[in-house]
Write a protein that binds this ligand. Structure first.
Ligand code: F3S
Length: 406
């Protein structure tokens, strides 16, 4: 591959991987079972990124392992209905087509593990969506570094990734003990905790010990909370793996906490709520589904909206497959009858939110979300003020156009 005998795209891909391996002192490569590519929205890639992808597709670049895509900047079916400009939609379509030509499955979701791509314990991957990396490593016990868009694409074209970091047993041990002494009562508490730990631990590996009352972390509902926790830590820090005593797979199987690691005590979440909230009262737009909503979350939204009418626009963002299932179950209809959208393929962070117009012609200046990750990124990505609160508080804000949460 490195000698160029398998064509120029594979040659370039291998050059990227060899350089990466040298930087991190990898001794060899490891075959990957699956690749997840982030860097799909035209808002982030721009024309330079689009040209790069068109050129690689044109030169015959083809993936050799199952590869899926992160969200794009729009719902590829209903982009007009949600107000995406045609010029953006055209370029976004070209990006998705270029990836598809390379053999990538256009899943357009940051939660591939919710739509059939659920890695097994110990399986090696090259994923680049930070929240999905965290979930795969921590909850499922798979092994992936936090890849960039180009290194993930290179792994897809070669089927290999340099063996370093989280692919090694030694890279998976905790670097910090996190003693949580305040109760965790809803999903916002998990997001707030993730925000604080990301800030304190940066790119280390936290090992959580919950010392106060916390919600049950078992089953599908528990997975929603872990998804929220991991996404927030990956946003405010660069955490790609965490362990929870007695809960996550590797922490249950063996000791992941070496002696002598530094410890962090969390006694209150107030600092996180203060940092993630602006004192704004009027809410222009409400976003649920970061990371992409599961069927359980869509059902919760539908229950809260049944028979009601929204004032502020609401997006519930999810995978196309999950949306189809929600449609079958009548959940999409309930949300749409209330005036909201169940939007597939995209999310509030990677969509061109600043180009959207409210029904009265204004642009969006304030949002409410139940996602600490979205609350962290939205002010800098879109220049909006944010309210961060529970799902129920956000739905209340979309019904009244006002923030009444804490
Ligand atoms: Fe997914 Fe977008 Fe959030 S890609 S994790 S919904 S920022």
């Amino acid at each position: 591959m490195l000698a160029g005998e398998q064509g120029e795209p594979v040659h370039k891909a291998m050059e990227i991987l060899v350089a990466l391996g040298q930087i991190y002192h990898a001794e060899d490569f490891v075959p990957v079972a699956h690749v997840q590519i982030a860097g799909v929205s035209y808002k982030n890639l721009g024309d330079a990124g689009l040209e790069f992808l068109l050129e690689w597709a044109d030169r015959g670049a083809r993936v050799r392992v199952p590869t899926t895509l992160n969200p794009a900047g729009m719902d590829t079916t209903y982009w007009q209905e949600i107000g995406i400009p045609a010029s953006f939609a055209q370029k976004q379509g070209m990006i998705v087509d270029a990836y598809t030509a390379m053999g990538v499955e256009p899943t357009l979701t940051c939660t591939p593990y919710q739509v059939g791509h659920r890695p097994a314990l110990g399986e090696h991957l090259a994923w680049s969506e930070s929240s999905a990396v965290s979930f795969a490593n921590s909850v499922l016990g798979a092994r992936t570094n936090r890849e960039g868009g180009p290194s993930a694409l290179a792994a897809a074209l070669t089927g290999l990734t340099p063996r370093y970091g989280f692919h090694l047993d030694s890279g998976r041990l905790a670097t910090h003990l996190i003693q949580v002494r305040c109760p965790l009562r809803d999903e916002t508490d998990f997001g707030a905790l993730g925000y604080l730990v990301g800030q304190r631990v940066h790119n280390g590996v936290p090992y959580f010990r919950f010392e106060a009352e916390t919600l049950d972390l078992a089953g599908e509902r528990g997975e929603q909370l872990l998804k929220t926790l991991g996404a927030a830590m990956a946003a405010s820090g660069a955490i790609a793996l965490y362990h929870i005593e007695g809960v996550t797979l590797e922490a249950r199987q063996g000791s992941m906490l070496p002696a002598g690691v530094s410890s962090v005590v969390i006694s209150s979440l107030e600092e996180a709520f203060a940092a993630l909230n602006s004192p704004v009262e009027t809410i222009d737009f409400v976003s649920i589904g970061c990371p992409h909503a599961s069927l359980i979350e869509i059902a919760q939204v539908a229950r809260l909206l049944e028979g009601k009418r929204l004032r502020a626009p609401l997006w519930v963002t999810t995978a196309r497959q999950t949306r189809a299932e929600a449609e079958k179950q009548g959940l999409v209809k309930i949300i749409e009858e209330a005036g909201g959208y169940v939007v597939a393929d995209t999310c509030m962070v990677v969509a061109p939110l600043e180009s959207l117009q409210l029904p009265d012609g204004r642009s969006i200046k304030s949002i409410a979300t139940n996602s600490a990750k979205a609350a962290f990124y939205a002010p800098s990505y879109h220049g909006v003020s944010v309210r961060f609160g529970s799902l129920a508080q956000c739905i209340e804000a979309s019904l009244t156009g006002k923030w009444t949460g804490r």
